[in-house]
Design a protein. Structure first.
Length: 383
C-alpha cells in the first residue's frame, strides 16, 4: 500500500494552537491530549540549518506565555547572524582547524542572547533580499570562502580588516542589525529588550544521558555542532524522561535535540515511533503499514541507547520543541512536538507525535528551565 493511498484515507481531527491545528487522528492513530503548553505558531526554517534557533525561540516564546506575558515573535536571524560572528572568530584563531557551518546547539542561543541580545521579528527579519524564508547554503559557502582565503595569508599576515569584510558579507545576506529600535512605543537596544521581556539565559539547563561520562556531572557533549563546547548535565535515561514529564505536568515546555534519520521517523505522517521489530527486519511490503495504526513499541535500555550513540547510529540531527503529551487508543504515550518545517503538510500542520520509546532511544539532549527539574534530580545535579 503506497503513501498516496494513505494520504487519501487520512481523516483530520484537530486541536487549535494559536490559529494552527494539532491533529488528533492520523490514519488509525487516535490521540488523546493529556497536557498542552501554550505555544506560538509553527515557523519555517526553510533552506537553513537553523533548527537550534527556531526550537529555542519557540521555547522562549512559550516561556513568555508561561510567565503570563504577551509572547513576542522573536527574530531567529538576528541570533543566526550573531552566531556567525563568534564562530568566524574561533575559526580564524584555530586557523581553520574547526568546523564552520550553520548548525549549533540550543545553549549557543542562550550564549548569544547574553552577548548580543534579541530583537522582535518585526524589527529585524534577517531576510533583506526579497525572500520571506531563510535560504542559507550559498551564504554559508561564501562566508567560509572569505575566511579560507584570508587564512591563505596572501600578504604574509592576516589582514586586520578581515572582520569588517566578513561583517559586510553578513550584512549583504542578513541586513544590518539595529543598534536600537522602537517596539510598541518604547525604545530598546537588543540587550535591554531581553531584560524587558524577563528572559534570563542563565535559568536554562541542558541535560543529556550517556554512560561514557559520570551521571549527575556536567560534561562537554561530543557532537559536531557543539562548537562552543557547551556543558550538558548527565542523568540516567529514565530520569531524563521523568524530568521531561515533570516539566510538562508543571507547565514548562522542553527543547528537544534528537536524531531524525531513523526510518521510523516520518515527516509525512508526523510520527516518530520505535517498533519492537527493527525496520530492516520488516518485510518491504509491510513497512508502510506501521503508519496506518499504532504498533508495539520496544523497551529501550540505557545500554542500547549508548550503543547507538557510540556506533554513530544516533546522531545530532535536529532541534524541536516539546509542548505537551498524549496517549493513543492503546495507551502508548507520546510527546507532542512542534517542528520548524512549516505547515504545508496538512496531515501534520507542523507537529509530530514522538513515542516515549523513540524519545528514550534517540534523544541527544533537552533544555528546560531549572525550576522545571524535580527537586530530587536537581539536588543530585547540585543545582
Amino acid at each position: 500500500m503506497n503513501k498516496y493511498f494513505y494520504f487519501f484515507i487520512f481523516q483530520c481531527f484537530l486541536i487549535n494552537i494559536e490559529g494552527q491545528e494539532l491533529p488528533t487522528k492520523i490514519n488509525d492513530y487516535q490521540f488523546t491530549t493529556k497536557k498542552l503548553i501554550g505555544a506560538t505558531s509553527v515557523k519555517n526554517q526553510n533552506k537553513s540549518s537553523t533548527c537550534w534557533i527556531y526550537s529555542t525561540h519557540s521555547f522562549l516564546e512559550s516561556e513568555l506565555i508561561r510567565m503570563g506575558k504577551q509572547p513576542v515573535d522573536l527574530s531567529e536571524m538576528f541570533v543566526a547572524r550573531a552566531g556567525y560572528l563568534d564562530r568566524a572568530d574561533l575559526y580564524m584563531r584555530r586557523q581553520g582547524n574547526t568546523a564552520f557551518g550553520q548548525g549549533a546547539e540550543n545553549g549557543d542561543v542562550m550564549n548569544l542572547i547574553k552577548k548580543y541580545g534579541l530583537t522582535p521579528q518585526s524589527v529585524y527579519s534577517g531576510m533583506p533580499v526579497g525572500q520571506d524564508k531563510p535560504v542559507h547554503f550559498e551564504m554559508e559557502a561564501v562566508l567560509k570562502g572569505i575566511l579560507d582565503n584570508m587564512l591563505k595569508l596572501p600578504d604574509g599576515k592576516l589582514s586586520p580588516n578581515w572582520r569588517n569584510v566578513f561583517k559586510g558579507a553578513l550584512d549583504g545576506y542578513f541586513g544590518t542589525p539595529p543598534e536600537s529600535f522602537v517596539y510598541e512605543g518604547k525604545t530598546y537596544t537588543p540587550n535591554s529588550f531581553v531584560s524587558s521581556i524577563g528572559i534570563n539565559p542563565d535559568d536554562y539547563i541542558a541535560i543529556t544521558s550517556f554512560t561514557h561520562h559520570p551521571f549527575y556531572k556536567p560534561f562537554i557533549l561530543e557532537v559536531a555542532d557543539n562548537w562552543s563546547q557547551n556543558l550538558f548535565y548527565n542523568v540516567p535515561v529514565d530520569e531524563l524522561k521523568t524530568l521531561t514529564d515533570h516539566a510538562l505536568e508543571n507547565g514548562y515546555s522542553v527543547i528537544w535535540a534528537t536524531d531524525v534519520s531513523e526510518k521510523t521517523f516520518s515527516r509525512e505522517f508526523g510520527l516518530a515511533i520505535n517498533t519492537t521489530i527493527p525496520w530492516e527486519d520488516i518485510e518491504v511490503k509491510y513497512r508502510d503499514s506501521i503508519w496506518k495504526k499504532p504498533q508495539a513499541e520496544k523497551l529501550v535500555t540505557q545500554e542500547e541507547r549508548q550503543y547507538s550513540f557510540d556506533q554513530l547510529l544516533t546522531t545530532d540531527d535536529h532541534g524541536m520543541h516539546i509542548i505537551g503529551n498524549a496517549v493513543d487508543q492503546n495507551g502508548t504515550s507520546y510527546y507532542i512536538v512542534k517542528n520548524s518545517w512549516g505547515t504545508s503538510n496538512k496531515i501534520t500542520n507542523g507537529y509530530i507525535y514522538a513515542s516515549d520509546a523513540y524519545f528514550k532511544h534517540k534523544t541527544i539532549s533537552i533544555m528546560v528551565h531549572k525550576n522545571a527539574i524535580p527537586k530530587a534530580i536537581r539536588s543530585k545535579l547540585g543545582l
